[in-house]
Design a protein around this ligand. Structure first.
Ligand SMILES: [Zn+2]
Length: 192
């Protein structure tokens, strides 16, 4: 994983990284657990992108482009606002994490959600993520656990490039039949 900081992100004290979950959902996360708090997720970066196993469109350089619609920008409770995240990701140290595509759009969160207090349209930027698949934090296909900075990488179990899937050591050590049952249940859920 690629670890970065910026003063807009918790005063630059903690290391951050970008995680990908459920195919095409991107998150700003802490690179590891700090102190006793297990909480690592800072902001869902593309809340208005429907969750899908279909890969996102890639830039000419072959990197994913997302509408930067941050969950923190839609919350009345968290003081970290979208401009802070855009600035932080553009000027992160030791290298930028995103590049602006020069496109903006007014956008609403997914229909039916009540997670976000600001459910009205807001203007968001289209951005290109400058990280390779190997520089992202990978999530476990089975339990959703995230890779931790300094720990072993999860095993790749399917897909390719930015559509790869991974399994954590704990889940991969369970009998294959348990994983097969999980797979069937997940496919069933997706069809409901
Ligand atoms: Zn797992």
């Amino acid at each position: 994983m690629f670890v970065f900081t910026h003063q807009n992100l918790m005063n630059g004290i903690f290391d951050h990284a970008i995680a990908r979950r459920n195919g095409n959902q991107y998150f700003l996360v802490l690179s590891r657990v700090y102190g006793l708090a297990p909480y690592r997720e800072i902001s869902h970066l593309n809340v208005s992108t429907p969750q899908s196993s279909t890969p996102l469109p890639l830039s000419n350089e072959g990197r994913p482009c997302i509408w930067l619609d941050c969950s923190t920008d839609r919350s009345d409770f968290i003081p970290l606002q979208n401009p802070s995240i855009v600035t932080a990701l553009l000027n992160a140290q030791p290298k930028p994490i995103i590049k602006l595509c020069g496109l903006t759009r007014r956008i609403s969160p997914p229909t039916g959600t009540d997670r976000y207090s600001k459910s009205e349209e807001i203007e968001v930027e289209k951005v290109e993520l400058l990280l390779s698949e190997d520089e992202l934090v990978h999530s476990c296909y089975y339990c959703g656990e995230l890779e931790m900075d300094g720990s072993e990488h999860f095993e790749r179990i399917g897909g390719k490039g930015y559509n790869s899937t991974y399994g954590c050591a704990e889940c991969m050590s369970t009998p294959w039949i348990s994983r097969a049952v999980f797979e069937v249940a997940k496919c069933w859920d997706n069809k409901q």
